[in-house]
Design a protein around this ligand. Structure first.
Ligand code: DGL
Length: 256
């Protein structure tokens, strides 16, 4: 039994979509969430800069006693996961990958769309996933321009956000995509708007939250890291932004 916390890291609020899955499925596990906030969005930063930021953040979570770290950010995973696993090879580090495999299995039209940040869409990880799983499926890639910023401003429900989402998503549906993969951990917070845009059309929206949670469980078992069933979990929220941002992180985490 190991009651040390699991660290969860993202550029900002997005990783809370993964945090919520862990919170729901693993109530005995303590969690420390680090949402950078100061350098968000990461999507347009250089790979080198993201690696630097990710190393600092993961290093901090380890210093605070985490037994495992989840890089709950597709962009940071794409840019830094190999580097992080080399640097901190003594503990398990889980990364995020867009759900290309299940999307291809679900699609009936033979066209799926991956929505992500520019950097994630250009990544080797996505290229490999497409090569491996989308053998007879066409993958349309689209940047969710402005999506991360809208979630950071907590404007998921505004009219302007719906218009912005619609402008990106409509063309994907028009091109025949019947599965939309959310390849950025901020985007699940826009699911309500996405569903409104999709309306009654037969289009599925999927993300990686649950798959990551399952991966965390399998690693907890593999390395005998599970917390005691009786453990009273603690939840901590950290940021490089200010106290107000930290408070918003906490509120968003527990928001229904
Ligand atoms: N949550 C990050 C991701 O999954 C957002 C990237 C950003 O900060 O631009 O890609």
């Amino acid at each position: 039994m190991d009651n040390r916390p699991i660290g969860v890291y993202d550029s900002g609020f997005g990783g809370l979509s993964v945090w919520r899955e862990l919170y729901r499925a693993l109530p005995e596990e303590s969690l420390i969430y680090l949402g950078d906030g100061k350098n968000c969005p990461y999507g347009s930063l250089s790979e080198e800069r993201i690696r630097e930021l990710a190393e600092k953040a993961v290093g901090e979570l380890i210093e605070r006693g985490c037994k495992m770290v989840v890089v709950a950010c597709n962009t940071a995973t794409a840019a830094a996961i190999n580097h992080l696993r080399e640097k901190f090879s003594f503990l398990p580090i889980v990364g995020l990958e867009p759900a290309v495999k299940p999307a291809c299995q679900l699609s009936r039209s033979g066209r799926v769309a991956v929505l992500a940040t520019e950097r994630s869409l250009q990544s080797e990880k996505l290229r490999m996933a497409v090569e491996r799983y989308a053998t007879d499926v066409e993958v349309i890639k689209a940047v969710g321009r402005g999506f991360v910023e809208a979630v950071e401003r907590c404007e998921e429900q505004s009219e302007a956000t719906e218009k912005m989402v619609s402008e990106v998503v409509e063309p994907l549906i028009e091109q025949g995509a019947d599965v939309i993969v959310l390849g950025c951990t901020h985007y699940p917070f826009l699911k309500g708007v996405l569903r409104r845009v999709v309306g009654s059309r037969d289009v599925r929206i999927i993300d990686s939250g649950e798959a990551v949670e399952k991966r965390v469980e399998s690693l907890l078992d593999r390395y005998s890291l599970r917390a005691d069933e009786e453990n009273e979990a603690k939840y901590e929220f950290l940021t490089y932004a200010d106290e107000e941002y930290r408070e918003r992180l906490r509120r968003k985490a527990f928001d229904k």
